[in-house]
Design a protein around this ligand. Sequence first.
Ligand code: DQA
Length: 170
Amino acid sequence: MTIHVLVLDGPNLNLLGIREPTLYGHETLAQVHAKMRPVAQARGAKLRFLQSNHEGALIDAIHAARTRVHGLVINPGALTHYSYALRDAIAAVSLPAVEVHLSDIKKREPFRRHSVIKDVCVAQISGLGAASYTMGLSHLLDYVASHDVATSAPPTAHKPTPKRRAQEKR
Ligand code: DQA
């Protein structure tokens, strides 16, 4: 089975490479994404990418992905810290999602330490630069392979229970 994955990047991530390189590195978003391709290829997975600076565009893409992909890798950028709408969109489609961050949000300003997205994701990987994306993808592919995820899942089918989520994050 080919696993289809949507990789979503939120606001300001289009400026990677020139944006605060001491925090986010010198690689462009295209270069970060390029590192995901061999991981996908080795596992027979297909990737689609979308970066948007607009919350609604990300939400629309998540809704459209509901019946087209098996899971999401998402770096929501600053939306991580306050977008309940993005959180609700991920919960609504019931696709497994892995939240990724280039920087270690736990070691940054207090407002960045909390993610409102985390609880609707199967994992959060933060602070590894581009490797957060490749590890996030590997984790998602493992999750999909072991949970029999269908693209046309009924709304609650793949919602991890709090217990399962705790086990999966260990
Ligand atoms: C980020 C961390 C966020 O706090 C920030 O707003 C970003 C990038 C990261 O990848 O480290 O835009 O998501």
